[in-house]
Structure formats: C-alpha cells, structure tokens
Ligand binder design. Structure first.
Ligand code: SF4
Length: 331
C-alpha cells in the first residue's frame, strides 16, 4: 500500500464531447457519481488500510474530465478530500482531464485545493486523428495545456492511445515523440479497444475500423517503453487498461491482455538481446532476477524465437542488474 493511490472514479461527467472510443461507464465499472460523503468514507477506509504507511499515497480523481465538470461539484469533491491532505494521510491529489479544460483560473483553483499532479488525455498529436475520434481539441491545445501545467508547478502526466481510428504506427510514434518533447513527469499508454456502446463499436461492426492486433500493440508498446523510459527517463506508469470485470464484459475487439505491460517488457528485452548479438552463435544473457519471468513467463517464446534465428541463448540471473538492464556475452 506504500505507493498506492486511492482512485475515485468520476465517470463520464464534464465531457463536452463524446469521444468515439469511450464508454467510461464500461471502463471504470462505476455507475454512481461520488459525493462529498462517499469521498470522505473512501478516504477514511484507505487511511485505516494504510495504517501509518501513507507518506507517498495520493487521492486520484479519475475517469471523466475533472476540470470540465460543474465547478460546484468539482469543489465539493476537492473540499471533501482536503482534510486528508492537511492531516498528512495523503501527499496530494491527482486528477485527469482534457487539454481544453485547463486555463490559468482553473489551475489556480486546483493549486489552492492541494492538487499536485494533472494528467491530460492527449491521446494523439495528429489533428486528423483527434478529429476522426471526436476528441474536440487539437494537438496545439495539448502543448499549450502541458506548458501551463508545468509552468504552474504541477506534476504533468500525459496519456496516449495507440491504434486509434485513423491512426497508424507512424502517427502513434510521432505522437510519442511529441509528447516526450513536452517533458512530462509520467506517461500512460493505452492501446485502443473496441468497447460496447461506443461509436467505434459501430465503425468496427460496419467493417470501417480494424483495431491493432495484440502482436502489433506489443511490438509498438515495447518501442514506446524504450523511448519514454530509457531514452527520455520518463516513467510509464500504466500500459493498458485495468483488468476489471466490467471492461472484460464490454470489450468487443482489440488488443486487450491483462498483462499487456509484461508482454511489452518481454518484447523490449527480446529487442535488446537481439541488438546485442553481432553474429549467430552461443550467448549468455545476464538479467536481473526480477525480470527473468518477462522472458520465461508470458514471453516464454523469446528464447525459442532467438534459437530459430540461430542464437543459442542461455539466461543467468544477475542480482547486480536492475530493471530491464541486461548483459550479453558470447560463450
Ligand atoms: S475519453 Fe475522456 S473526454 Fe472523451 S468521452 Fe471519455 S471521459 Fe470524456
């Protein structure tokens, strides 16, 4: 629980546009809007569970477009959470919102009410893709809002989606480059899923939209992870939607996998191992004990795939290595 956030879903309120791919009620499972009393009760329950180990935890209002909801309701939620920040139970409040729902006035209200991190649903940096998905904002607004958030001293999180209607691998990669250039503190990556009750589901039924395959989403996810975390030192704090029952019941198509991040990390390791070997032969790959399962677990085919390419690879656990670092030597 030490780093756990208390997530409070505020589903589908404050959205001036109905994004083509979105059905927040299916994704979060939440049907009832939380009120002041509910926020207080959730905070009290979390406080008991944290039992004094709460220094790093945050209260996170996720799901809708927090700064676009009715201002009185937004203040009601923030005020209900406020005493738990004052009291030192949580270190701050995170919110997620739309790029076009950020201005100086709103930022000042958020600052006064202990919001420390703002996550923007950027989704794509292609205006054409944004329009095709009825996002109702432009890439320029993502940039503008991001700079304002950073200028005002908040932690900035950016969320992107891959495989959106009208997008392709090149556009997704370009989105990632543009988001990385904004220097966010954190990133989330969500492959697009076809969810029941969305306009995207109708396009999919009509044969006008074809989602990424899991293989495509994993291959791209591995490259994005390498770009953000390794090349740009930006933590990717989430890859793929949480495996909630309401989501599993409503996903019609698309690259859903409960361990999507593990798959991407396995692919990233495969890419790194392959790059380190100059010619076919026998190799010893040293890897951190915590990462071994990423090539022997969900990605169990990794060693076999390398063998088929003529690389005979054995794996050794190396306690001195951390994360996804590897050492490869010819033997
Ligand atoms: S993606 Fe965000 S902005 Fe779009 S409809 Fe869903 S909650 Fe609203």
């Amino acid at each position: 629980m030490k780093h756990a956030n208390l997530s409070i879903f505020v589903p589908h309120v404050g959205c001036p546009h109905q994004c083509r791919f979105c059905n927040q009620r299916s994704i979060s499972g939440a049907q009832v809007l939380p009120d002041r009393k509910a926020v207080k009760e959730l905070c009290l329950t979390a406080e008991k569970q944290l039992d004094g180990r709460c220094g790093n935890a945050e209260i996170a209002f996720f799901g809708g477009s927090f700064t676009a909801i009715d201002p009185a309701y937004m203040l009601e939620l923030l005020r209900a959470a406020g005493p738990f920040i004052h009291g030192g139970v949580f270190r701050g409040i995170r919110i997620s919102t739309r790029p076009d729902a950020i201005d100086r006035e709103i930022l000042s209200v958020l600052k006064t009410h202990h919001v420390t991190a703002i996550e923007l649903g950027a989704q794509s940096m292609s205006d054409q893709v944004l329009e095709m998905n009825s996002r109702g904002h432009t890439a320029a607004q993502v940039k503008e809002a991001s700079l304002r958030i950073l200028d005002s001293g908040f932690e900035l999180g950016l969320q992107m989606m891959t495989g959106l209607y009208g997008s392709d691998e090149e556009k997704d990669w370009d989105t990632a480059l543009q988001l990385a250039a904004l220097k966010p503190d954190t990133v989330r990556i969500y492959p697009t899923l076809v969810v029941e009750g969305t306009a995207l589901a109708e396009l999919w039924r009509a044969g006008s939209y074809c989602p990424q395959t899991l293989e495509e989403a994993v291959a791209l996810g591995a490259r994005l992870l390498e770009l953000f975390e390794h090349d740009c030192a930006i933590p990717v704090i989430r890859m793929g939607l949480h495996a909630q029952e309401s989501l599993r019941e409503n996903v019609l198509a698309g690259p859903y996998h409960p361990a999507y991040r593990e798959l991407c990390e396995g692919r990233l390791l495969y890419n790194r191992i392959l790059k380190s070997m100059k010619k076919q032969g026998n190799y010893l790959v040293r890897i951190s004990p915590r990462s071994v399962s990423k090539i022997t677990g969900h990605g169990a085919g990794t060693i076999e795939k390398l063998r088929q390419l003529g690389y005979n690879v054995s794996i050794r656990q190396e306690p001195g290595l951390v994360g996804l670092d590897i050492m490869v030597e010819e033997v």
